[in-house]
Design a protein around this ligand. Structure first.
Ligand code: 5GP
Ligand code: MN
Length: 341
């Protein structure tokens, strides 16, 4: 992949003198959000900038192993440090999200800083436009891949350290379902090869990300598939739900339900899957689809959300029962429009 040279030059001039840099990623940060933030922070620190990474809430426990993850500032548990970093920033990088609404309460704090330059580095569809510089590449399989390409073009691949390689690999692996999605291009593997040369242990990373869950998570998974998966629309659409009571019963920790939504798609005829998870004041919606079926549009239209064509999310403010009924109705409407073919 090639990034427009003018944009790289613009970025270079923005960073020509030492800056106070704020790196932001989305709520419920995943491997791609954390990996891209940490890798980009490491590059900028090496360039002499003063860098702080802030995320709205905590990342899942199974990402604790990521190099320098402990340096991430969590807005929800450290508002003071977050506010200081936001107010003092000269340049704000927004990584792995495309609209300020993905920052939840943190977006109000960001609004207070009107002097900083804003730069987007992201791969979601339909980005907001109010950035001074935009690296928006919806075809890129992950933001980590984008960051790797930007670093390669700006400084050369030799600038990628082992820690950076590990962080970038996590996001590239998790956002592509282990390099299995259609977004994966030959150039992704070229970049993987560069990262592998840095001495990272791919089996260790894989184990840390996918085989480090709690017992509660394994039991919750069994429960949700066995008891809570409803298959309808002629065996082609599924939904699952988890209430706050159920989450408590299985000692739920943030991140435990990550990946559940993909499982119905292992059934041969399945085209679209959803999981609804109850939070304090809303229900988190997570959607997945196969092939041409577009859940980004579905999430935008019905759940005030968005994402990618085959993986999107949003929120519902109805009860769980109403939400499931609403989902089934909207699936029917979507099918009637020919959107589930
Ligand atoms: P997940 O289901 O893994 O939480 O999210 C899948 C994709 O949808 C991610 O790329 C994520 O950024 C996006 N997404 C999840 N929730 C929301 C939301 O509430 N709003 C928007 N615009 N995108 C979301
Ligand atoms: Mn991503």
């Amino acid at each position: 992949m090639q990034i427009d040279k003018c944009k790289i030059d613009e970025l270079r001039s923005m960073l020509a003198t030492p800056q106070r840099v704020l790196i932001l990623a989305h709520t419920n940060p995943d491997g791609d959000a954390i990996g891209s933030s940490l890798a980009w922070a490491e590059v900028l620190k090496a360039e002499g900038h003063d860098v702080t990474c802030v995320v709205p809430n905590r990342y899942p426990y199974y990402l604790d192993f990521m190099p320098h993850a402990e340096e991430m500032v969590i807005y929800k548990s450290d508002e003071q440090t977050s506010a200081k970093a936001v107010r003092g920033a000269d340049v704000i990088f927004c990584l792995d999200f495309h609209t300020m609404s993905r920052l939840d309460g943190l977006s109000e704090l960001i609004d207070e800083n009107q002097h900083a330059k804003r730069v987007l580095i992201d791969h979601h569809l339909d980005p907001m436009e109010d950035f001074d510089l935009m690296f928006s590449y919806p075809k890129a399989s992950s933001t980590c891949y984008l960051v790797a390409i930007i670093v390669e073009q700006m400084f050369g691949a030799e600038r990628i350290s082992r820690d950076m390689a590990e962080n970038l690999f996590v996001g590239m692996m998790t956002d592509t379902g282990n390099f299995a999605f259609s977004s994966v291009t030959p150039d992704v593997f070229r970049m993987v090869s560069i990262l592998a040369e840095k001495g990272i242990s791919i089996p260790d990373i894989h184990n840390n990300v996918y085989n480090s869950f709690t017992e509660g998570r394994a039991r919750l998974f069994g429960y949700v598939i066995n008891r809570k998966m409803k298959i309808f629309h002629n065996g082609t659409v599924a939904h699952m739900s988890l209430t706050a009571e159920e989450l408590k019963r299985f000692w739920f920790q943030q991140g435990d339900s990550e990946g559940f939504v993909n499982y119905p798609l292992t059934i041969k005829k399945m085209k679209m899957s959803a999981i609804f998870t109850e939070h304090n004041d809303f229900i988190r919606v997570s959607l997945r689809s196969r092939g041409d079926i577009d859940v980004n549009v579905f999430a935008q239209r019905y759940f005030n959300g968005g994402g990618h064509k085959n993986a999107a999310g949003g929120k519902s403010f109805m009860t769980m029962e109403e939400t499931l009924k609403f989902y089934e109705e909207k699936v029917k409407e979507y099918a009637a429009e020919g959107m589930l073919k």
